[in-house]
Write a protein that binds this ligand. Sequence first.
Ligand code: URA
Ligand code: SF4
Length: 213
Amino acid sequence: MAVTADDFVPDSRDLTELADAAHNCKGCDLYLDATQTVFGAGSANAALMLVGEQPGDQEDKAGAPFVGPAGRLLDKALVAAGVDRDRLYVTNAVKHFKFTLPERGKRRIHKTPSRTEVVSCRPWLMAELDAVRPDVLMLLGATAAQSLMGSTFRLTAHRGEALRLPESDELGVDPTVVVSAHPSSVLRGRPEDRDKAFEALVSDLRFAAGLLD
Ligand code: URA
Ligand code: SF4
């Protein structure tokens, strides 16, 4: 069996113990070039858990998820949707920043994690899910959606739907799952499309929050 995060995940479901253990993970090669593991953050009792793709440049340096440009956009969308970030748990499908360095001294460029890396890192995400046990799980972008819903899952076909994890019976957790675009995709979109993309994200966040009531 290939090495995955499974070899590093402790039995504990205490988030601090999990985060400490994740800092020593060598479940795939991404730990080699990244600064540090960026584990999830937020309330252990959160009713709503958000999952992004992987830390970006700023998250890699800060050691916290969604603190860079995508995080600021997410914060704005949460405010617009009336969701308090303090009541969330926020994490990523992959815990190390994957990037290319075009030239020495140049800015590091985000690279999408491979299916193998996503699968290798999945045990951390499952442990977080088991620790937090949210009522609603919101998957932001195709990487997070395919990590938990399967590699053929098509995000765009399922926005605005209340879904279930395919393996919810074996997993022992059964949150209502909702999917949305990744906040970075809003930033990357054409300027004339940005407002619409932002409003769609806000609307998905409202839908997720509405499922909690
Ligand atoms: N993009 C993500 O998917 N996660 C982060 O934490 C930051 C940017
Ligand atoms: Fe471990 Fe995930 Fe980092 Fe790979 S990306 S080393 S599996 S924490």
